[in-house]
Design a protein around this ligand. Structure first.
Ligand code: PLP
Length: 405
């Protein structure tokens, strides 16, 4: 993997912040985009823009074909069995809300239980709480160890005949933990429950095969995968999706509209009401093609090497507390420096051109678990370098010198 060449493919990385090279370590929030994705977006608007599915004219047919090709690319990327199992949404949040609504309407009744884990992003907590409120169901929570790993034995105890669905993140956006989802799915299925995997933080770091995981639903966002904002994916097993009612009504999701009774379109269109975000779907396809051209194996190897190095270097800093020390992990590091507010440290890093995130990372219950108000989070992507890890560590030490009284 030629890192220099890769970095040159991301124009934003050549920019400066306050006259200093940008060290972009906020990839968990969103990733930067390679030129090929930017070119695809411009090309789509410049050459192939027309509303899809409804037109008989040349441009509309071209745009429709590009959109449906994008769906096939996502299908192959996730190793889904069928294109109909790929639903384009506006992001992981929308994908989870879709399932929480439609699945809730179809399968959940008073007294049923939904299981989430303590390390979930708010996007994989609140939609289930809302559904539980609507349906009179109960939300149960898988606890975690101090190292930030799910307590699978406790999970086993939570599963029962009342469990309808388990919603769990593949990779924690705060701790970097990679959860044993295949095993979690197996246990849930044994208990007769379905599983939604939140893949917002996994698809960009590890190869995903939804058939191997055997999950029922899988959600992710394009913008965390080097693609555009405003586009995401819900994968769902066809037999299940066929059973679920639509969650939004509008154009494209219908078959025959009558005031007396409306019938719905087939999959996947049943879940894609209104004008689809076909431009960004094709942008997402371009991002996936880019990733595959770099090679997922090379990406994993590089990021894992960076992660090992970062852990070693961060641990050498005096007065640092790392949250999330799981064995299986990606390069997402949440930390605190003794006696220093993460926001203050983040501001000093910013002035050095180093972009990190501070706060709760939309995981307030996880913060509560550790008895803290927030952390400073550095999160890696395929274009990060060993020098950037050194810059982060130097920045943290500088923050200690400036802020420690
Ligand atoms: N799930 C996880 C684990 C995340 O990290 C995020 C975003 O940070 C989301 C869900 C929500 O993603 P989006 O805001 O792109 O819908």
């Amino acid at each position: 993997m030629n890192l220099q060449k890769i970095r040159e493919e991301f124009p934003i990385l050549a920019q400066k912040a306050y006259g200093k090279p940008i060290v972009y370590l906020d990839n968990g929030a969103t990733t930067q985009k390679p030129q090929t994705v930017l070119d695809t977006l411009v090309r789509m608007y410049a050459e192939q823009n027309a509303n899809i599915h409804r037109g008989v004219h040349f441009l509309s047919e071209q745009a429709t074909e590009a959109y449906e090709n994008a769906r096939r690319t996502v299908r192959d990327f996730l190793n889904a069995a069928l294109s109909q199992e790929i639903i384009f949404t506006s992001g992981a949040t929308a994908a989870i809300n879709l399932v929480a609504f439609s699945y809730g309407e179809r399968y959940v009744k008073a007294g049923d239980e939904i299981i989430v884990s303590l390390m979930e992003h708010h996007s994989n907590i609140v939609p289930w709480q809302m559904m539980c409120e609507r349906k009179g169901a109960l939300l149960r929570v898988i606890p975690i160890s101090d190292s930030g790993e799910l307590l699978t034995e406790e999970y086993g105890k939570l599963l029962s005949s009342k469990t309808r669905l388990v919603a769990v993140t593949h990779v924690s956006n705060t701790l970097g933990t990679v959860n044993p989802v295949k095993e979690l799915v197996r246990m849930a299925h044994n208990a007769g429950a379905h599983v939604l995997v939140d893949g917002a933080q996994s698809v960009q770091h590890i190869p995903v095969d939804v058939q191997d995981l055997a999950c029922d639903f899988f959600a992710f966002s394009g913008h965390k995968l080097y693609g555009p904002t405003g586009i995401g994916v819900l994968y769902g097993r066809k037999e299940l999706l066929d059973e679920l009612p639509p969650w939004q009504g509008g154009g494209d999701m219908v078959d025959c509209v009558r005031f007396e009774r409306t019938t719905y379109n087939e999959l996947p269109f049943k879940f894609e009401a209104g004008t689809a975000n076909y431009i960004d779907a094709v942008g997402l396809e371009s991002a996936i093609r880019y990733l595959l051209s770099v090679g997922m194996k090379d990406i994993v190897d590089h990021e894992q090497a960076l992660t090992r190095y970062a852990l070693e270097r961060l641990r050498q800093i005096n007065g640092i507390r790392l949250f999330g020390t799981a064995k299986h992990r990606v390069g997402t590091f949440s930390l605190l420096l003794d006696g220093i507010h993460p926001y203050d440290a983040g501001m000093i890093l910013d002035k050095m051109g180093i972009a990190v995130r501070t706060g709760t990372h939309c995981t307030q219950p996880l913060m509560q678990r550790y008895g803290i108000e927030g952390t400073l989070r550095a999160s890696l992507a395929l274009y990060n370098t060993f020098d950037e890890i050194d810059a982060l560590c130097a920045g943290l030490e500088k923050a200690q010198k400036i802020l420690k009284t």
